[in-house]
Every structure is written in structure tokens, then in C-alpha cells.
Design a binder for this molecule. Sequence first.
Ligand SMILES: Nc1ncnc2c1ncn2[C@@H]1O[C@H](COP(=O)(O)OP(=O)(O)OP(=O)(O)O)[C@@H](O)[C@H]1O
Length: 455
Amino acid sequence: MKAAGNILLVDDDEFVLLSVKLLLEPYFTSVKTISNPERIQALLDREQFDVVVLDMNFRQGDTTGNQGRFWLKKIKSIAPETQVILLTAYGDIHVAVESMKEGALDFIVKPWQNEKLLATVKTAHLLSQEKKKVKQLKSQQRSLASALDRHEPVIGISESILAIRKAIEKVAPTEADVLILGQNGTGKEIIAREIHRNSARANGIFMTVDVGSLSESLFESEMFGHRKGAFTDAKEDRAGRFEAAAGGTLFLDEIGNLSLSLQAKLLTVLQHKKVTRLGTHESIDLDVRIICATNGNLQAMVKEGKFREDLYYRINTVELTLPPLQDRAEDIPLLAEHFLSRFSHKYQKPYLKFTDDVIYTLQKYRWPGNIRELQHAVERAVIMCEGQQIESADFGTLQKQMSSEVTFEDFNLEKLEAWAIRKAIAKHHGNISHAADELGLSRGALYRRIQTYGI
Ligand SMILES: Nc1ncnc2c1ncn2[C@@H]1O[C@H](COP(=O)(O)OP(=O)(O)OP(=O)(O)O)[C@@H](O)[C@H]1O
């Protein structure tokens, strides 16, 4: 069967053209010939060739090979993926060898042996197909990366967010590894994405791995990849995350949950900038930017011997800390409006607005789940709300907590007591005896207070 391939033969000798054409035609779907190299440009502009077999000397008596080199450069500049094989006279071999440095794949000495010429063209054709496939995969990867990249703006006007934005501007264009610290839901991932988007790797993939949730046994195969048969379940060769994110950014979330032995493995990879798939000995160069995040206190963990100091210093070239939402209450109105606009659109209630007191109530609440909790609260309110406006009551049970929430400026003793009772009951999962013990009260005294405060 003929291979789908477009081959071009360029030689001023019609006899050469005819014999090579007859040799190749049974194997390739298209073999074209031209005797005048001046037509190369027009042809390459019109169609793609997998392989060009190019004579080195066109003018009678010219044996310098310079013409061949000239046309080789031309072809490579118009169509870099096209493979060029040079047809050369015996005396030009040194010129042909030089030409390979300029991009020719191989050369064939005239008079040629048919099998050798055929084998060389077949190899060149395969190579060209592979290059085309790689090019196609790369462009697929680029479009996948942009399709997967949910561009969410970083909302906020608080000083801390402005400072983070400034830091992103400085750090994004560099290759520096970044460590992002902050409680759950403070926006660590959104900040990591923003760094990626503003970096030279923006066209590459942004890949998140929750390393904290990977078991010891899974970590290596997931991160480093494996060869078929490396372990029982390895049914086929597989690239690890480090390889899959090549050209892009790898976001390692929950790095503080990594066991000490996995920390050591990660450190080795980061230090040597190489990974080796399980079951192989070949190491692959790392081409990813690493951004790590954790809600833990890594410095304290280092002191306690729970996190390797060398790894800590390896990943924190630049350290960004996201404050809890309650410390940037001035961002709450903007964030709430942002989520309202998103969810009112999603649930087809575009007319929805907050009543004035809602924002005030939202700003008073403590938001232990930070921005993620605020986002869910607004989504729930949009779903539950029946009128044209979202009121505090639409926040359901949350509203009760919001209005009784203690802020740092709030030293009202009754509120503090009610708050402590709620906390103690929650801590002991509703067990009143244990909560009473913790509070230093009798069960009866606790029940009376529960009634008084309507808990
Ligand atoms: N500044 C911000 N502007 C707009 N949306 C934000 C902002 N920060 C966070 N969010 C949104 O809040 C949610 C939680 O953010 P994100 O997942 O980045 O937090 P995280 O700190 O990585 O959380 P976790 O530690 O639980 O993984 C996301 O839906 C994100 O889009």
C-alpha cells in the first residue's frame, strides 16, 4: 500500500527525474518533479511536501554545490518540517556533509543504489510525519491549555491584595519558584494561575496536583510517570505530571501534607531538575515552573522536624502570604457583588440585587472558610431568594451566625459567652456534658444559658 506522502524531486537532468519518480511512485501517493529550482518557492507556497530530493548542482559544469546549499536554505526557511535529501556527485561529498549542518537530513551519491535511495526517502518521510504529529499535538496542547484556563479575575482593593498584585507583576516574568501561604479558600490557586498567566509560560499548561492527597505508593508513578510493566498495574507507558506539564506551570497544592520520605523525593527532582520514569534509567529534563501552596505553617513545621528545611528553602524563592478574608473586610463588597453577578447569571435571575444591610452583615461575619465560603453563601442565597432582592435572611442559618458573630472590636461579654458556648458545643459535636466540662459549667447551667441565648 502507498504511504500518504508528498515527495518533490528537483534536478535539471530529466533522466534523473524520471528514474527516481518511477522508483518512488509505487510507495508514495504523490511524487512531483521539477527541473528548474526557481519554481521551488512557488510550489512550497502552494503545498506541503514531506520530502524534497534536491540536486546540488544545476548549471552545467558547476560542481561547487553552492546552488544546492542555496535552495536547501530556502526550503528550510519556507517549510522547516520538510526533510531534504541531497543528490550529489562523488566529488561534492564534503559540501554535502557541510549541508547537513544546515538542515539537510542526508545525502545520496550519484550514481545511486535504488534500495539505498528508497530507504533514505522512506526514513525522511517517517520523520516528517512524526514532526507533523508533534506540531499538531503542541497546537492541540496550546488550545487545550487555553480552554482549561478558566480566567477568573483576582478581585480586591485591600492593601494586602494590592501588594500581592504588585508582587505578581514582579515575580511572574521570572522563573522563580513561588510558595503561596494562606488558610483554605483564601485564593492561593487563583493567585498561582495569575502568576502563570503573566509568565512566559502562559501558552503552556497550568496543572494542579494536590500532592497532599497522593499516597506514598501513588506519588512516584503519578509525578514521575512509569514504563509499561514497572509495577502490576502499569498497563502502558505513562508520562508523570512533571513531564505532562512541560512548558507550563505545575501547581503543587497542600505541600505541607507531604510525608518526609516524599519530601525527600520531591527535593531530589527539584534540585537536579530531572525526572526518571519508574522502570527506566533515562532521566528527562524538567521544563516546568513550580508553584507550591499550603495552609500549614511551614516554618513551624520545619522547627518541629515535620518539614525538611532544605525543601522549604528550595521552594520559597518568593513567598506570598494571603490573609484570611476577615482581615480584608474591605474586599467583601466587591467579592460579594462579583459572585452575585456570576450566580445570578448562572441561575437566570439577572435582576437580583443585595439589600444595603446584607453587605454590612457579610462584612461582620468571620468567614472561617474564607472566599470559598463567601462564594458558596452567595450561590445558596441566589438559589433560595424569592424576590428581586437578596436579604440577610436569604443566607439562612449563616445569617444567624453572622449576626451573633464576635469581631475583635466586639467585647460585649454576653456575646462573647454565647460565642464560646457555640464553639464548645460544636467542638464536642453536640455533646452537652463535654461542652459543659470544657466551659467549666454544670450541665444545668449550660442548658439555662443555651435557652437564654437561643442557641
Ligand atoms: N481575589 C479573588 N477574587 C475572586 N475570586 C477569588 C479570589 N480569591 C479566591 N477566589 C475564589 O474563591 C475560591 C477559592 O479560591 P482558591 O481555590 O484559589 O483558594 P485556595 O486558597 O487555593 O483554597 P484551598 O487551600 O482550599 O485549595 C475559588 O473559587 C476562587 O475563584
